[in-house]
Design a binder for this molecule. Structure first.
Ligand code: ATP
Length: 315
């Protein structure tokens, strides 16, 4: 049986909900197909089930191309707008409607009230021709972007460790360093006090020292707001230090889920075991290639194919 069948809440995780709590967000049997040159496109996400309790922090780890980002984008309704993108299964926020198949307007509503996003490359997310202050203000309240929210904008920017904020609000994204831009992105994401933050490789593009500081800022902001966090990263050390639970993805599937401690200290799935070993033997830190030997990779592929068959049979 696939280990993602039951995804228990961390009994020790900070703020994790109890067993009877309705999750803040729950994806069930999520399946996503994306268009490619091939006629049917590719299935990037295969039967992913994931639940995040209020205040809980869940990490999604796996190699490049395993489906982490597509899962994160599906959870935030930000998959490419292309009629050939197909999503099946279920995504529900607490007290909300089914979001698979929901309109762009419904997703906008959910994002503006409940979900903040932080992506790897702030320049693609920030508006290059809009001053920083206005971009943060729009996140606080898209209808009130003038003076009344200025104090709040300054406060949010200070919250994420930025200084000289009176000057900063009048600057444009290209005038800031990478670390500053990433902090602005965190500010924009937390300004509306979302229930859930989805951070997809939030610091990968930064150098190691800046990365640590920005992660500490994110950690601090999430703790203070009591926000739930989905942290997507190929970096097990980062995810291990910031989450209550971890789901490991391989070939579009969640192959193992458990408390962070369980997954890191007693991994059950051969892929997680290989992943943990390969972290220590990564040869080129600039790529996301994991040094899993081909014979072991074949074994893992066979194991995962067998699990997929079992899941299909059970369904
Ligand atoms: N816009 C897109 N159009 C077509 N295929 C896509 C698109 N985005 C992702 N894919 C494909 O979907 C699969 C999953 O990609 P995804 O980006 O979710 O992986 P990932 O685990 O997040 O990897 P990375 O860490 O490199 O971002 C990959 O095969 C990828 O090539």
């Amino acid at each position: 049986m696939n280990t993602n069948a039951t995804l228990e809440n961390s009994p020790t995780g900070a703020g994790a909900g109890g067993a009877g709590d309705a999750p803040l967000v729950e994806a069930q049997n999520l399946r996503v197909w994306l268009p490619t040159g091939r006629r049917d496109g590719i299935q990037a996400v295969r039967n992913v089930s994931l639940r995040v309790a209020a205040g809980e922090r869940v990490g999604i780890v796996g190699e490049s191309g395993s489906g982490k980002s597509v899962t994160g984008r599906a959870l935030s309704g930000l998959l490419p707008t292309n009629p050939r993108v197909r999503v099946e299964g279920s995504i529900r926020f607490r007290d909300g409607e089914e979001m698979v198949g929901a309109s762009a307007k419904d997703w906008n509503d959910v994002r503006s009230r409940r979900v903040g996003m932080i992506f790897q490359d702030p320049l693609t997310f920030l508006n290059p021709v809009m001053r920083i202050g206005r971009q943060v203000a729009e996140s606080i309240d898209p209808r009130r972007v003038d003076l009344p929210v200025r104090d709040e904008v300054l406060r949010v920017l200070e919250t994420v460790g930025l200084t000289d904020v009176e000057t900063l609000v009048d600057r444009y994204p290209h005038e800031l360093s990478g670390g500053m831009r990433q902090r602005v992105l965190i500010a924009i994401a937390i300004a509306k006090r979302p229930d859930l933050l989805i951070a997809d490789e939030p610091t990968t593009a930064l150098d190691a020292t800046v990365q640590r500081r920005v992660l500490a800022t994110l950690d601090d902001a999430v703790s203070r707001l009591g926000t739930s966090l989905v942290l997507i990263s190929h970096d097990l050390a980062v995810v291990g230090s910031m989450t209550d639970r971890i789901s490991v993805m391989y070939s579009g599937r969640i192959v193992e889920s458990g408390t962070t401690n369980e997954v890191l200290t007693a991994p059950k799935h051969p892929y997680t075991q290989a992943l943990l070993r390969s972290v220590r033997s990564l040869t080129d830190p600039d790529t996301e290639l994991w040094s899993i030997p081909p014979s072991l990779r074949r074994e893992i592929d066979e194991h995962v194919a067998l699990e997929a068959k079992e899941d299909e049979y059970e369904a």
